[in-house]
Design a protein around this ligand. Structure first.
Ligand code: ADP
Length: 383
């Protein structure tokens, strides 16, 4: 095994940081491209390169410095990646896969073409054409409108229950889906390497904070019937195979009240719903991504202990230099693993870190996670 392979990561946020920390176990040289040296990943990169991952020249120049290129975010300059790929660089996920995944319209068309289950949908060029479709009865309330390209962490999603919600319609090209009757939101992170080997992590269950539309709790294992678990894992495998993608693919699923599994969306990179794997599985999602993009044997995804992951979000009402209130009390609790991303400034609902709470049982982990949630808060110094 060549431990000199230079791994390049576009993006220096918390996912880049955790990838770099994982690569450190094998002492792999890691190069990271992002705009500022005080971003979370910068201190953990062997070489931090300052630049914009949306800019062609910055990405192209960066790509020439490394052997294998991957991403921690989809919204990168794929034209530069395509050129690098043409010149023989290994790029996982591929620029074509990134282009498809970062456009929710193309993603939905892909599922339809491949026969992968997902909610029915229609595409519109702007909010005016959505209004016209309503007037023509082509769509009806309640529905969900999603920006094709601008979305992130629920910001590009509008739930339209009735005419009263129409002012919430988002501008620009969009996908419209019926409002799904969701029983649970599940996620399966799956990995594939160039050899075609595939491994899926145990199914997790996501609970959302209704105010921020961000995952608040993540339960592993998911509280679902074994048959659903098996079906979810199978669907994730089928999805990554259909994409022919190398690296990680986080497959977000809806379990409907009638027991159907639908793909909501995918992310071709480490994902918030896999952070618990660092402590609760044999292999972390970050190491698995590195194994997959370097075409190494994939690691075991077996669960060691039940866990509950909670995102540490900036407390509403506080903005400024971050202060972690209750950190020491939580560090003293058994099985509580605290990850601080190192973002200097907090603001309401900003992802500042996460905590993975391990337990002998899920109930045990849950009870402790509630205590952590009550005790640990991200405030602002002097604010
Ligand atoms: P993002 O890419 O911003 O995370 P998603 O497409 O995942 O956006 O949507 C965010 C959330 O909105 C989902 O996790 C789910 O709770 C809700 N949602 C999305 N689509 C639907 C739908 N068709 N029916 C009901 N709820 C939905």
């Amino acid at each position: 095994m060549n431990l000199q392979t230079r791994l390049g990561i576009l993006g220096g946020g918390q996912l880049g940081k955790m990838l770099a920390l994982s690569a450190g176990n094998w002492h792999l040289p890691v190069w990271i491209l992002d705009e500022a040296g005080d971003f979370p990943a910068a201190p953990y990169a062997t070489t931090f390169v300052k630049g914009d991952f949306r800019n062609y020249d910055d990405v192209y120049r960066f790509g020439q410095m490394v052997d294998v290129i991957t991403v921690e975010i989809e919204h990168v300059n794929t034209a530069a990646l395509a050129q690098l790929e043409k010149e023989g660089k290994i790029v996982h996920p591929s620029p074509a896969q990134l282009d498809m995944i970062k456009d929710k319209g193309l993603q939905k068309q892909f599922y339809a073409e491949k026969g992968l289950p997902s909610a029915p949908f229609k595409l519109y060029s702007d909010e005016k054409s959505v209004q016209e479709a309503l007037a023509n009865d082509a769509i009806s309330f309640p529905f969900v409108q999603k920006s094709r390209t601008a979305g992130y962490d629920g910001r590009g999603v509008a739930v339209i229950q009735s005419a009263a919600d129409l002012p919430k319609l988002l501008p620009g090209a969009c996908v419209v889906e019926p409002l799904v009757d969701i029983a649970k939101e599940l996620s399966v992170i799956v990995a594939r390497n160039e050899n075609g080997e595939i491994q899926a992590f145990p199914v997790v269950e996501m609970d959302f904070n209704p105010n921020a539309n961000l995952v608040e709790w993540l339960l592993c294992p998911a509280q679902t019937a074994p048959a659903i678990e098996k079906q979810a894992e199978q669907l994730a495998r089928q999805t990554i195979e259909s994409f022919g993608l190398c690296g990680l693919l986080a497959v977000e699923l809806f379990l409907t009240k009638s027991g159907e599994l639908l793909i909501n969306e995918v992310a071709p990179r480490p994902h918030n719903s896999g952070h618990h794997t660092i402590e609760s599985c044999y292999t972390s999602q970050f190491e698995q991504h590195i194994r997959a993009v370097l075409n190494l044997p994939l690691g075991s995804t077996k669960m060691k202990t039940a866990s509950v992951m909670l995102n540490l979000l900036g407390e509403p009402g506080y903005a400024g230099p971050a202060y972690y209130d209750g950190l020491e009390a939580c560090l003293a609790m058994e099985g509580v693993n605290i990850h601080i991303y190192g973002k200097a400034q907090t603001k309401p609902y900003r992802k500042m870190g996460h905590v993975t709470v391990l337990g002998a049982t899920l109930a045990d982990a849950r009870e402790k996670a509630h205590r952590v949630k009550e005790r640990l808060r991200v405030l602002a110094v002097g604010g």
